[in-house]
Design a protein around this ligand. Sequence first.
Ligand code: SAM
Length: 1009
Amino acid sequence: MAKTISLTSGRLIEQVLPFVNLNQLSRKEAGFIRIPKIHNIHTWFARRPAGPSRILTLYSVLPSNVNVSSLERITGINNALSKNTVIYMTKPDRDSIKKIVLETTRRDVNNITVVDPMAGGGSIPLESLRLGFRTIAVEYNPVAYLVLKATIEFPAKYADSGLFEETVKAARELMERARRELGEYFGVNSKSYIYARGVKCFSCGGLIPVEGVSPEITRDPSFKKRYLRINFDEKKKTFTVETLDEKVERKSLEKRGLNIKCPYCNQWLQLRGKYKTGQTLFDRWFMEHSTIMKSIVEDLEEITSDLEDEITRIHIPLIRRVEDMFKPTWNDEDEMKRFRKALKDLSREVLELQEYIPLDEILKDNKWASTARNKGLTKWYMLFNPRQLLTIAKLARMVAEIADEQFSRNGEMGAAVALYLAFAVDKMADYNTVATKWQGSQFKTGIGNTMRGESTIDFRLEYAEGGLNPPELSLGWTLELDIAESKDFSKTAGGILPALKYLCNEFRGSGLGDRISVYLADATRLSELLGFGSVDVVNVDPPYFEQVIYSDKSEFFWVLLRRSLRPVLEVLFKPGLRLSNWSWSNSSVPREREIVAFDKEDKNGRFRRFFKEFVGETYKVLRDDGILLLWFTHPTDLAWRTVGESLYEAGYIVSRVWPVVTEMETRYKKHVNVIAQRTSLIIVARKTPRSVLRDVGGDIARSLLSNEIFSKVAEEVVGDTRRISKEAFLSPADVITLVFGSALALASRFEIPGSRNFQPLFESASTKVLELFVEPIINEILTGSGPVKLDRRESSIILEYIKEAMLRDPAVRAYLTLWLLSRIDLEKATIRSDVLPLSYDFAQTISKLLGYSLDKLKSTGLISESVVEEESKEDEEENSGERGGKAFYPRLFEALTVSGAKVHLGELLTLIPGKAIYLAYQALKCSGAPNTRAEILRNKLVTWGSKEIADASSIAILLLETARDKDLGFSEIKGLYMFRNDVSQPNFEKELAIRTLVKLLEKIGGESL
Ligand SMILES: C[S@@+](CC[C@H](N)C(=O)[O-])C[C@H]1O[C@@H](n2cnc3c(N)ncnc32)[C@H](O)[C@@H]1O
């Protein structure tokens, strides 16, 4: 007989984790803005908090018998909890860690290897190094590779050689040169500019400044209230721009959907969207802009006064911010002169600047930039207006010159210095494109921000730009020289130098410089890089299917970095480059083996293939007692299956699953009130052999569900899950995620001889775990917290029927789970006063994982959908329709009343949940004592088998126990034909109906309940 696997001799992470404190600190970390975060060094997508990154690694190294009492102190948790700070800002006590590791593992921290094979922005390897472990960070993307070097390797290696001090000097030089070479192109103290896109009316030819700036320019209280008014002269077809103190009610431009009204001739014109027979105004704007940029940059056309007029017609400098005021730019001669000078100088110097202009093509492969490409912006430099391009190219040249000089003086450290400056230029560029956004309530957001939430570059009506006179205004903001030199980090608003200073302080005198290695390599070939069996912990937060296409989004930065860092690219890349078919001279980033999917379904199986290869490789590089930590959230059931299958096929068992807060809440769509998941699962896997279940028969699912060992492990796993979900204050969505994570743990521990297939195991495990999880909740409702209290015997028989139906029938599983989720407080097993709406992704994933499709539940009327509007002010945007979220509600009696009643009812009654709803309804509707009602029902249901009646009655009882009065039509009747609204005692009616169903059960079961 197979034995269950004991994990008690494993690692700490397999037994305990201070996840309650950790989650509290992660939430805090997400809210802490004014700290020198590593994110400030360069944007990267989906950066994880430092807290879990640090603690998970340490707990994976330490054995389970370690005394945990001191750990919260030495890791910094206590400090972060007691003071107004976060784990990132606390120093781990490395001496104590070294001592504990030595005492408990007999190994030196220096010999313990932690690998993050998809290290991204570097939270995991940075914290691993701060603990003192030998750390290897691998990335496939060259921008992330540079970010990793700048964030971890260089501060660790060169803090003692004066990296920070040297960077400050170089930054000062850059600022000085920017003052000399760029200041003149911007008005004095003009911090930022907002441009309108100028289009000509198709009908009257008048120039229309297209902008979506509200009359109230900003709602930010740190600015003076200012209103924008554009005055149109209908006769001359010209306009002037004003900013006023007094309130302006109407927007300057009238808009309706995708159209605008010409302010001169009142003709409605199509601005954006698809135009059947020609071009929209926006199409034309992009075409004119790209044609002009090409003529200056590639065809070297001279700027004549006509061309100058043409450019200022297309790019209309509308208003600008000077200190806390907004002023008009369009009618300001000095400002316009400076803008025109920039155009002329770009044209004059374009040949000298060629090396620094991103002339690279926007590849067709780059889906994120496809919106630009489709509009005719075929090369990256076309994302800039002429002044922006001149600024970026000149800054890139300055950095390249400083890089040259720095390298000859300081070798690799000099290249590092240049890297921080190049990052500053990236950051400037991010906020200086024709896609840079102006958001009324905030200042402005750039491409980097667009990158977070949106799947393609998004062009708004207007765009923004930063000023450089003096350069402190925008370049200074990216670096924050003054704050870095002061002692107070709390003033940082995102600058690079305070973050660098913090990291250098952290590593100064640490001797950790030789314990970190950064590689540009492919995680699906990890063993080629690291060999076999040498790694203690793989701690990895992989991409989640199609959520971010890293290659696409980083390419914007790569085409700039490869220019500003040209003299030192070899120094930066040669030591770590382990990709055979990519070199730093490439104009695009590698993407062939990037582990991403291009659609939610992963249609071509790319993600599944690469992910499996990757997980298999982690198995090879890990020591036999090594631990794999996989960070995972669940966008689709397919993602779940992929992760489960990959771990299983590689040979892992999942020894533990923890819910850990890893996301800023804003990363999720802000569906109002819709349950969405906020935490990731940390899946702990190891190489322990599996239990072989020899006595599992032909119908694997059935025999697994009745298998004793399988059930015993399931009970253990669910016991843990229940405890954790209570302690962690999880949202209902997170609880269910944890339930499926537990199913993964259960399934992965077993093997069925002759079957390598994970699916039946996982499906049975999900069903079993769910059943065990909801059983006490249902029991509590039937006997305690529901309005009608049944006795133990009654409830246990009903529960048995429900459980059996759930195990057997996927529609019952899916419907009841969603029903309970939306109606029951899972923690207290009480009925919610308001139904919780479920997000589409979540409801879909749950039902699919339980073997049923949400669409089928929808088409039979068991689930209904409604649109939840997001708080979006972008109603004029082309794709605004996609922004609202959909909420899903499991239905009760409304399911009986959807249109096409009879036909529909026939279909609904093919499903057990449909039958249950019908029975609940009939039990309420009949009159008389329960026995009489039951008799009437029994006669009505002649075509139903007794099993069906038993299942449906039991589920109907649960539905009646958990439905609100409103759901039953007592207080509100929504199209419920034949129903009564005169019930004065709803609970009495419910009791009658429930007792009726109990009687019915007795009748068909032939026994007295
Ligand atoms: C979720 S992100 C990691 C974020 C990181 N933990 C952080 O805190 O910033 C996943 C990373 O996997 C990288 N990646 C994708 N395919 C890869 C591959 N084949 N090899 C190595 N890294 C890869 C992506 O470039 C991306 O940076």
